[in-house]
Every structure is written in C-alpha cells, then in structure tokens.
Design a protein around this ligand. Structure first.
Ligand code: G
Ligand code: MN
Length: 382
C-alpha cells in the first residue's frame, strides 16, 4: 500500500515537472525522488535562471480521487551549465549533484547554480578519490606522532599516531578530506593496515628512545563492526611476539552504539592482545553511560572543545564532571587540545593528570619525534 502510494506520488511529481519545465526539456528519473532535466537556454542567462526558479515552486499533491490524502512536495535543484562548466556529461552530472547538495544544505526548496567554490571543492575531492588507492599502496600516507604528557612534569608518556598525506599536486591532504572517501570506497581497511604496519615498525625506535611510552592509533567505526580489526591485530601480534603491549586503540563514543555483543567481543579480543581501549573526543557526541560502564574501556580523552572553552565556567564544570565520572569508573583521562598555560593550570587544578595539544607539540614526523626531549615544557613544572 505504502509502496503504491509512493509510486503514485513520484508519478505525479514527474508529470508536474514535465508540465512546468520549458517545452523540449529532456526529463528522466535517476533514482528515488531524484530527476535529471536537460533544459536548453533560449534567452539571457538571468532570464533563464528566473524562469527555472519559478518552475520549482512547492506543489500540493492530491493522492486519490476523493482528495482525502494530500501532501506538500518541495523541490531542491542543482544546476550546471554546458559548455561553460564542462563539456563532459559525467562532469556536468557530478557538478549538478554538488550544487544540489548545496541547495539541500542551505535549507531546501530552492535552486543552486554551480559556483567556482563548489567546482574547486568537487574537483579536489575527485582528485583525492582518484589518487587515494595508489597513495595507500605506495605507502605515501604516514603516521605522524603527537606527544601525550604528564601534566605535572611535562614528561612524554605516550604518542598518538595521526595519518598525514602530502601529495605533490594537492599539497597536504587532511584526514578529514580522505578518511570519509576511504570509507566510501572500501579503501579504509588497506589504509588502516598500512598505517598500523608503519606504526609497529616505528614503535621499535620510539620505544627505544622513550622507554615505557604508549602508542595510540585510531580506527574507523566501519572496521569495528565485524572481526576485521581484531584479525589484523592478531596476525600482527603473532608475527611480532607481544609487540602490541603498550598500544592504545582510540574509538569514539558513537562506536559504542554498534551492536553491543559484536563490539564488546571484538574489544575484549583486542584487549587480550595487550591493547588498551580509549574513548576519543569524549563528551562531543551522544554517550550511553551504561555502555561506558559495561564495555571493556580503560581511558577517556576529553574532547578539545571543552579544553578550548576552559575560560568559561560551564566548561570547567563539564570537565570536572567528566573527571569525577572517570574516577568512579576507574578510567584514565587525557585532555585533548591544550594550547596554553592557563588551560594546563586549570586542568591540573581540576585533577586532570594527562594532556595532549599544541602547547606541548604538534603531531610530528618520526625524524622530529626522535629529537624531542623526554620532558616537554620543563619550565611549567610546579
Ligand atoms: O579526533 P582526534 O582527537 O583523533 O583528532 C586529533 C586532531 O586534532 C589531529 O588532527 C590534530 O592535529 C588536532 N590537534 C591536536 N592537538 C590540537 C590542539 O592543541 N589544537 C587544535 N586546534 N587541534 C589539535
Ligand atoms: Mn584520536
């Protein structure tokens, strides 16, 4: 019934579009409620844009003959111009999609035309997408390492591995640009494997220079669902005979929302290899406190937005609350994003003992890690 009703509505929308768009328009349904229209510009571009704007007015749809069921349909549209934007059909479709996304993000019920900013973002994104698999297989994406310190003494107690990619053409490509693409294309598994293999290799020299440090790495939620991550780590642990002791896996609080049986079995298996589990960006998203208490977790990392806001009393209260919660659950705590001495002092006063952030060091390539002193900011020692 619902299905028929859905098809009925789509058919009515298609008929409506056919009747309001200029005659001679090619119109087809792409998927779901998405249509593609190829419209010829036969007047000045400004007049044409006005005309299209009028075509996509909201519509009230009557669904059955008695008129008892009706609903409002609004239209979002994205447009790209041939040949100005591109001579290629495939590019034009991608550009129109980008403009459509922008129309939806700007509140829907409107038409958006491709602009140079959207075009730049789209072409950078598709270049990153095209280069990603090769960059992974050639080992061009490396871990950089950001120190974690003991707040009281400034002693380096660990490092977090963070993926960094420098491309000759694209410059520095940030993880926020390539991780989502790697997840979409399925390359996230090979990326994680490559980064982890580099981390393990680097860990020998890092641990020799900084005895007892822990090495943290991040995992995509996609890899936590099945057994992939556990299997990869087991294989490495087997090859390295215990080399995983001292490693820390960082997951986010929303990862705990995955099926509890699945995730706790995998996390427990990972812990059994000697790896500690930390919750990254804690406090930023939704957290289930019962999951937090029942899952095998040893550490929280306070999201950097709270550290950045420590000048406001409300953030001081939140951080104090997180520290109290961590204390009762017997979890370690690291504050992320410490950028100045005032934040360091407030955190210490609240009883937070570990931190990470630009005040101490940015994420560094291995060669720079190796020349770091064992204590950062010794001037800060109280
Ligand atoms: O989500 P996660 O905590 O893993 O992300 C860490 C990111 O935050 C890294 O990309 C790192 O470069 C960045 N970062 C680390 N320390 C600081 C800091 O002190 N200030 C800001 N603004 N960013 C930081
Ligand atoms: Mn992290």
């Amino acid at each position: 019934m619902a299905k028929n009703r859905g098809f009925g509505a789509i058919r009515l929308i298609a008929q409506h579009l056919g009747s309001v768009l200029p005659s001679g328009t090619f119109l087809c349904r792409r998927s779901g409620d998405e249509f593609i229209a190829v419209v010829t510009v036969s007047e000045s571009l400004d007049d044409f844009k006005d005309k299209l704007q009028r075509c996509i007015k909201p519509l009230v749809i009557q669904l059955n003959v008695t008129g008892s069921a009706h609903f409002n349909a609004t239209f979002s549209a994205g447009a790209a111009l041939y040949p100005d934007d591109s001579g290629e059909v495939s590019d034009l479709l991608i550009f129109a999609d980008t403009a459509l996304l922008s129309a939806k993000e700007s509140g829907r019920n409107q038409i958006r035309w491709l602009d140079s900013q959207m075009m730049f973002a789209t072409s950078r994104k598709s270049k990153i997408d095209n280069k990603l698999a090769l960059a992974i297989s050639q080992g061009k994406i490396h871990p950089h390492y950001q120190p974690e310190v003991d707040l009281l003494t400034g002693k380096i107690i660990g490092f977090e591995a963070l993926a960094r990619w420098h491309d000759e053409e694209l410059g520095n490509v940030s993880p926020s640009e390539f991780i989502a693409l790697a997840e979409q294309s399925g390359a996230i598994a090979s990326l994680t494997q490559s980064l982890f293999a580099q981390l393990v290799a680097d860990s020998r020299v890092i641990k020799a220079r900084f005895p007892g440090v822990r090495l943290a790495f991040n995992s995509s939620p996609q890899l936590l669902g099945g057994k992939w991550l556990l299997t990869m780590l087991k294989t490495l642990a087997f090859e390295l005979e215990g080399a995983l002791a001292g490693f820390v896996l960082e997951i986010t609080e929303s990862d705990l929302a995955l099926s509890p049986e699945e995730i706790s079995i995998q996390l427990q298996g990972i812990m059994d290899l000697g790896v500690k589990i930390a919750i990254d960006d804690f406090g930023k998203s939704y957290s289930s406190l019962s999951r937090l208490a029942s899952m095998p977790i040893q550490k929280l990392k306070i999201d950097m937005s709270f550290t950045a806001g420590l000048a406001q009393e409300e953030n001081v209260k939140i951080v104090a609350g997180i520290l109290a919660l961590a204390h009762s659950l017997e979890l370690e705590v690291t504050a992320e994003g410490v950028e100045n001495q005032a934040q360091r002092d407030t955190l210490l006063r609240l009883g937070c003992m570990q931190a990470q952030g630009y005040f101490y060091s940015r994420p560094l390539p291995l060669k720079d890690v190796m020349v770091l002193p064992r204590n950062l900011r010794p001037d800060q020692v109280a």
